[in-house]
Design a protein around this ligand. Sequence first.
Ligand SMILES: [Zn+2]
Length: 244
Amino acid sequence: MLRTFDALVLRPTLLPDGGAVVSFLTELGERVTGLAKGAKKPSAKWVAAFEPLGSVRVTFFGKEQADLRRVTRCELAFSPITLGHLESSLVIACLADLFDRVAKEGMEDERLYRLLSACGRALKRDPDNALGILAYAEHWLLHCIGLLPHPRVCGRCGNEDAPLVLLDERGWACAACTPVDPSEALPKGTREHLKRLRSASGEAIPGIDPGDEAQAAVTALLRNRLMMELGGSPKSYEVLFRTL
Ligand SMILES: [Zn+2]
């Protein structure tokens, strides 16, 4: 049986025989892996189609429930890569690893595909904001897996105005109900930054402002939360933060 999708390439793993096992995020938001035979040898076009986060039209051959389908056709429609831009290339690797872990075989979540496509387009348009785009993606991924409560109200007392001081399994806690040592509390502006992330479209992803303490704290907090959920950071993250 043949099935064709719009999809994003996640991770190509090259095999010794010149083939590759490639994971994709389909337009339906499902992770699907396929075996591409002889990916190294034939035309360059076939190989280029497997760059991480490349937007492709891919055809699989195989049984619905098969572990590994064959990739019979894959055409690259859009690449987020800016040649020679190190930071954006490293972030592309991080995003591919993140979605490769979060997306599941047999489970569709179209939000994942929409989010990753938006990030790819944003990276192409504004590679200098690669780190802002990564933070944006992490925020929405946490939301998609149900681990990010809405910052509008405190999860304990329902207060809508007091500064948020921490995030735990019960949600956000605010200064009005939860006394926290000021040195350990989230910085002022945390709620505002979270709201900004929520309301920003993929066309206007907030940039990194080195002077913005709340932004730095939220980015670190959400990244740690996500890495904990994934059972540790992918190697691409180590490479990114060692390099920058
Ligand atoms: Zn509260």
